[in-house]
Design a protein around this ligand. Structure first.
Ligand code: ADP
Ligand code: MG
Ligand code: MG
Length: 886
C-alpha cells in the first residue's frame, strides 16, 4: 500500500521525494518537511496526503486505510517531544492544520491545543508552571474545536467571554485570571452540551480524528469553493492534513507569535517585514483582535509607533529569525512568507511559502534577485504573473491633484481606487453588477466577504494590520486596500460611516490610496503609469526571450499610440466599423445603406471616402514601418440604421426621401440571426463598392504616408468571415485592382498583403485551399468560438457561469481559448495553411490574444504573432516569453 502519512521533524527521514511534492503533501506539509530537512527548528509532526482527501471526497471510508500509519506517526511526535498524547501528568498537545497544494489563506480550518481535557489541563498547568496559560489554552481549544469540528456558532463563546469581562470590569482578554478562564471553560462546555445534546469530547484520540476529518471536509466549505472559483483551483485536488506538536507563544512575556516576509511584499524592498504579538497564539495576529507590533526597530520608528519591535523586545529570538530568513531565501531562491512562534525565548518555524506580492514588488524582487545572483533572467521572467502586470498598467492618483484626506490607515495593498461606499459584501456585488464602482468598507473582512472584495474597486477596513485577512486577500486579488484605518466607525443599521469628523452614507464617493493608506473624500483624478525602471528591465528580458511578435487590436490613433508605448509591434486587428458610427458620418452611412441602387450607394460612399482616408492616414503615421491588419466592414448593415422617429426624420431631411419609404427599407434589412446573416465578406460580395471604397481609403492613406514620411506601414487587408476559397478569390481581385489604380494615380507603390480571418469551422477545414488566395490568416477566435460551440457570446451570460461551475467548461471559453475543441481547428488550419503556403503569416486577433493560457497555446502551434488590446500588450509580451521558455 502506498504511503499516505509522512512524518517530519526530529529524526524523521525526509528523503522520499513524494514528501516534498506539494501535490502529495500540500504546500504546508511539503515546506515543513523541507525546513526540517535543512535543519531549521520545526516542531515535529506528520502529514496525511491529499490522496486520502480525494478518496474521502469520493465517499470512501478512509480511516481504516490510515489508522495504523497515523498511530505510528503520533508515536514519532511523542518520542521527539518526550511527552505522551493524553498523558494526564505531562500531555502532548497538537495542532491539526489544513494544507492544499496552493495556499488558500484562511479558507480552510485549523485547530490548536488539541489533546486538552479536564485532566490534561492540570498536567499542562503543572509542567508549564503557569495555570493561567493552561486554562486559557483550554478555552481556546474548546472554542476552536466546537466551531470547526462540531459546528457550534463561535458567536456564543464570544458572547460568554464578553459578559465575563463586563462582569469583572475588564477591557482586555489578558486581564482574565486562571480562575476566570476556569469558570469560562465550564460555561463553554455547557454551551456545547446544550447546543448538541451531548458533552464536549474529552478523549484526545476522538478529538484528533474529529479534527482530521473536519479539515478534510473544510475543502468543500462554501468559502473554500468561492475562493477556488475565483482562483481557478480545481475542485478535485483535495487538501492534506498536518498534525504537529504545539509550541506556545502565549506563555508570558518571553513568548510571542508572528507573521513575516523576507522582503516587503508591497514594494519589494529588501527589508524584513512583518508583525508579531507578545504572549499570543497564532490566530490573534491574523484575526485583527489585538493590534500587532512591528518586527524591526526601523519599521517601528518609521511608523512612529511606541510598542517595542521584536528586534527590541526579544533580541535573541529576532537574531535567530533573521538568520532563518537569509537561509530560507537562499534555499528557496524566492521571497518567503513565514509563520513563527517564540516559546520562552526559543524560535520555532511553523510555516513558509513563496509570499504573495503586489505586481510592483514581484517586478522589483525578480529584477533585484537577478542582480544579487540569486536567480537568472529566465527564472525572473517566469516568476512574474503576466496578469498581475495589469495592476501596474493602470493609472495612479495624480500627485498634483488636491486631496481631502479624511483618515489614514495602513497601506495594505497599493493602487488607487475610487467609488461609492458600500457596507457589506452582498451590496458590493449587487451594485457592481449594475456597473457601479464601489469601495467595500468593513470593520474587518472575513472569508465570507471575498465575493464582495472581488466586486469592489478597493477595500477599506477599520481594524486589522498589514497581514490581516483584508490585506492578504486584497493583495492577492490586486485590489487596492487600506486596512486598520482607526477613526472610522461604521453603523450598519443606519448605513452610515463616520470618518474623522465627516459623516458619510452608503453611496457617497471616496478614494483610497493603497500606497500610502490615505482615505479621501470624493473622486481624486489619476495619472498614467510609469513604464520605465524594473518594468522596463523585465520587459526587455522578456522581449529577448520570446519568439512570437505582439501586436495590438486598435482602431483609433490614441489607442495606437498607447499600444506602441506598451511595446506593440503592429496592429493585429483594426476594425473599420466604429469609424462609421462617428456622429458626422453616420448620416452618409445610412444614406449608403438605404440607397436602392448602386448609384445611390456610390454617392454616399464618396462622402465617406475622405473621412476613412483621414482615419487611416493618422493611424499609419503612428504605425510607420509596422504591419497593420485592417479588417474590411464586418457587421450586418442594420446595426447602423436609425432608431426612433427623430433619427428617421433627420435622415429624411438629409436624403429627401419620405419617412415611410425609409422605414420600409429599414425593415427589409431586418434579420433573424444577424450573426449568421448578411455580414462579413458577404457584404463585399453583394455590395463590392463598399469594400472598394475602403480599399481605396487604405491605399491612398498608405501612399500619402509613404510620401510624407518615406516609410509606409505594411497594410494587411483582411477579408472577414470567409468560408470558401472563391469568396477570397473574388475579393482579393477587387483589392488588387483598386491597389493598382491608386498606385498609378499616386505615382508611388507600397507593399501590402491580402489575407483572411479564420473564424468559421469551414474556413479552418478548407484552410489548405483558402491559403492559395490569402497571404495571411488571422484567427478570429471570438467568432470561431461562437461558430464552433454554437454559442452566442452576447447571449451566453445566462448560462455560462453555471457551465463553468458545473465543470462543463474549465473556464469561460470566450476568455480562455477552448484548446481541446476550438484549438484543434486552429492547429489544423495552421498546418493546412502552411502546407499550401509555407511562408503564410499566422496570428490571432480574438480576445484570447491577451490571455496567458491561450498565448501558450499559440506558441505551441507556432503562430507568428498574438494581438491584444493596448493595456494587455505588456501582459502578452511577458506571456509570450514565458510560453517560449516553458
Ligand atoms: P492557515 O493556513 O490559515 O494560516 P495554519 O495551519 O497555518 O492556518 O495555522 C494558523 C496559525 O496557527 C499559525 O500561523 C500558527 O501561528 C498557529 N499554529 C498552527 N500550528 C501550530 C503549532 N503546532 N504550534 C503553535 N502554533 C501553531
Ligand atoms: Mg498559516
Ligand atoms: Mg468575426
Amino acid at each position: 500500500m502506498v504511503q499516505t502519512v509522512y512524518t517530519f521533524g526530529g529524526d524523521a527521514p525526509h528523503d522520499d521525494p513524494r514528501q516534498k511534492d506539494k501535490t502529495v503533501t500540500g504546500g504546508k506539509g511539503a515546506n515543513l518537511a523541507e525546513m526540517a530537512s535543512i535543519g531549521l527548528p520545526v516542531p515535529p509532526g506528520f502529514t496525511i496526503t491529499t490522496e486520502v482527501s480525494v478518496k474521502h471526497l469520493e465517499g470512501i471510508d478512509t480511516r481504516p486505510l490510515i489508522e495504523s500509519q497515523v498511530e505510528e506517526a503520533l508515536t514519532h511526535i511523542e518520542c521527539t517531544v518526550g511527552k505522551k498524547f493524553g498523558d494526564a501528568a505531562d500531555p502532548l498537545l497538537v495542532s491539526v492544520r489544513s494544507g492544499a497544494r496552493v495556499s488558500m489563506p484562511g479558507m480552510m480550518d485549523t485547530v490548536l491545543n488539541l489533546g486538552l481535557n479536564d485532566e490534561t489541563v492540570e498536567g499542562l498547568a503543572r509542567t508549564s508552571g503557569d495555570e493561567r496559560f493552561a486554562w486559557d489554552s483550554y478555552r481556546r481549544f474548546i472554542q476552536m474545536y466546537s466551531d470547526v469540528v462540531l459546528g457550534v456558532d463561535h458567536g456564543l463563546f464570544e458572547e460568554a467571554l464578553e459578559i465575563a469581562k463586563e462582569d469583572n470590569g475588564y477591557y482586555a482578554d489578558t486581564e482574565l485570571s486562571a480562575d476566570d478562564w476556569r469558570a469560562l471553560v465550564a460555561e463553554y462546555k455547557g454551551i456545547v452540551e446544550s447546543e448538541l445534546g451531548k458533552p464536549f469530547p474529552s478523549d484526545p484520540k476522538e478529538q484528533l480524528w474529529g479534527a482530521i476529518y473536519a479539515v478534510f471536509d473544510s475543502w468543500d466549505s462554501e468559502r473554500a469553493k468561492v475562493y477556488r472559483r475565483l482562483n481557478d483551483i480545481p475542485a478535485d485536488w483535495g487538501t492534506a492534513v498536518n498534525v504537529q506538536a504545539m509550541v506556545f507563544g502565549n506563555m508570558g512575556d518571553t513568548s510571542a507569535t508572528g507573521v513575516a516576509f523576507t522582503r516587503d511584499p508591497a514594494t519589494g524592498q529588501r527589508a524584513y517585514y512583518g508583525e508579531y504579538l507578545i504572549n499570543a497564539q497564532g490566530e490573534d495576529v491574523v484575526a485583527g483582535i489585538r493590534t500587532p507590533q512591528y518586527l524591526t526597530k526601523a519599521a517601528r520608528e518609521a511608523a512612529g509607533a511606541k510598542a517595542p519591535s521584536m528586534e527590541e523586545a526579544l533580541p535573541e529570538a529576532y537574531a535567530e529569525l533573521a538568520r532563518v530568513f537569509d537561509l530560507l531565501e537562499r534555499h528557496y531562491k524566492d521571497m518567503q512568507d513565514i509563520e513563527f512562534t517564540v516559546e520562552r525565548g526559543k524560535l520555532w518555524m511553523l510555516q513558509t511559502r513563496s509570499g504573495k506580492r503586489t505586481a510592483k514588488a514581484a517586478l522589483k524582487m525578480a529584477v533585484d534577485m537577478v542582480g544579487e545572483g540569486l536567480i537568472d533572467e529566465k527564472t525572473a521572467i517566469l516568476r512574474v504573473d503576466p496578469m498581475a502586470l495589469d495592476q501596474l498598467l493602470h493609472p495612479t492618483l495624480d500627485p498634483q491633484a488636491e486631496r481631502h484626506v479624511l483618515a489614514t490607515g495602513l497601506p495594505a495593498s497599493p493602487g488607487a481606487a475610487a467609488g461609492k461606499i458600500v457596507l457589506d459584501a452582498d451590496t458590493a456585488e449587487q451594485w457592481a453588477s449594475r456597473g457601479e464602482k464601489v469601495i467595500l468598507v468593513r470593520v474587518e473582512t472575513s472569508p465570507e466577504d471575498i465575493h464582495g472584495m472581488h466586486a469592489a474597486q478597493g477595500i477599506l477596513t477599520a481594524r486589522g494590520g498589514m497581514t490581516s485577512h483584508a490585506a492578504v486577500v486584497a493583495r492577492g486579488m490586486g485590489r487596492p486596500c487600506v486596512s486598520g484605518a482607526t477613526g472610522i466607525s461604521i453603523d450598519r443599521a443606519s448605513g452610515t460611516v463616520r470618518i474623522g469628523s465627516h459623516e458619510l452614507k452608503e453611496g457617497d464617493e471616496i478614494t483610497l490610496d493603497g500606497a500610502n493608506g490615505q482615505v479621501m473624500l470624493g473622486i481624486v483624478p489619476t495619472v498614467e503609469p510609469e513604464l520605465a525602471g524594473d518594468f522596463g528591465t523585465l520587459m526587455e528580458w522578456a522581449d529577448a526571450h520570446r519568439r512570437m511578435r505582439v501586436r495590438t487590436n486598435a482602431e483609433t490613433p490614441e489607442d495606437c499610440r498607447m499600444a506602441r508605448q506598451f511595446g506593440a509591434e503592429g496592429i493585429g486587428l483594426c476594425r473599420t466599423e466604429h469609424m462609421f458610427f462617428d456622429a458626422n458620418r453616420i448620416s452618409a452611412v445610412r444614406q449608403m445603406i438605404l440607397a436602392e441602387s448602386e448609384e445611390g450607394r456610390r454617392k454616399a460612399l464618396d462622402l465617406l471616402l475622405p473621412e476613412q482616408r483621414a482615419d487611416f492616414t493618422e493611424i499609419f503615421e503612428v504605425m510607420t514601418g509596422l504591419p497593420c491588419t485592417i479588417r474590411l466592414l464586418d457587421p450586418p448593415l442594420h446595426e447602423f440604421l436609425p432608431h426612433g422617429d427623430n433619427e428617421f426624420a433627420e435622415l429624411s431631411d438629409a436624403t429627401g426621401l419620405g419617412i415611410d419609404h425609409l422605414k420600409r427599407r429599414a425593415s427589409e434589412l431586418h434579420e433573424f440571426n444577424p450573426m449568421l446573416g448578411h455580414r462579413g465578406c458577404r457584404l463585399g460580395i453583394t455590395f463590392p463598392e463598399i469594400y472598394e471604397m475602403q480599399a481605396r481609403a487604405i491605399f491612398e492613406a498608405a501612399c500619402a504616408v509613404q510620401k510624407s514620411s518615406g516609410e509606409a506601414p505594411l497594410p494587411e487587408i483582411m477579408i472577414p468571415l470567409v468560408a470558401t476559397k472563391r469568396e477570397l478569390e473574388l475579393l482579393r481581385a477587387l483589392v488588387d485592382r483598386v491597389a493598382k489604380e491608386v498606385f498609378e494615380e499616386q505615382g508611388v507603390e507600397v507593399d501590402y498583403l491580402v489575407g483572411t480571418m479564420i473564424e468559421l469551422p469551414r474556413a479552418a477545414l478548407m484552410a489548405g485551399e483558402i491559403a492559395k488566395e490569402g497571404a495571411f490568416f488571422s484567427f478570429g477566435t471570438n467568432d470561431l468560438t461562437q461558430t464552433t460551440l454554437g454559442v452566442s457570446r452576447d447571449d451566453s451570460a445566462k448560462f455560462l457561469a453555471q457551465y463553468v461551475e458545473k465543470g462543463i467548461f474549465p473556464r469561460d471559453p470566450f476568455v480562455s481559448l477552448d484548446i481541446d475543441g476550438v484549438g484543434q481547428l486552429v492547429e489544423l488550419a495552421a498546418e493546412r495553411g502552411r502546407a499550401t503556403r509555407p511562408d503564410i503569416k499566422l496570428g490571432i486577433c480574438g480576445e484570447h490574444g491577451g490571455d496567458p493560457a491561450s498565448i501558450a497555446f499559440c506558441e505551441k502551434v507556432g503562430l507568428d504573432y498574438v494581438s491584444a488590446s493596448p493595456y494587455r500588450v505588456p501582459i502578452a509580451r511577458l506571456a509570450a516569453a514565458q510560453a517560449a521558455l516553458k
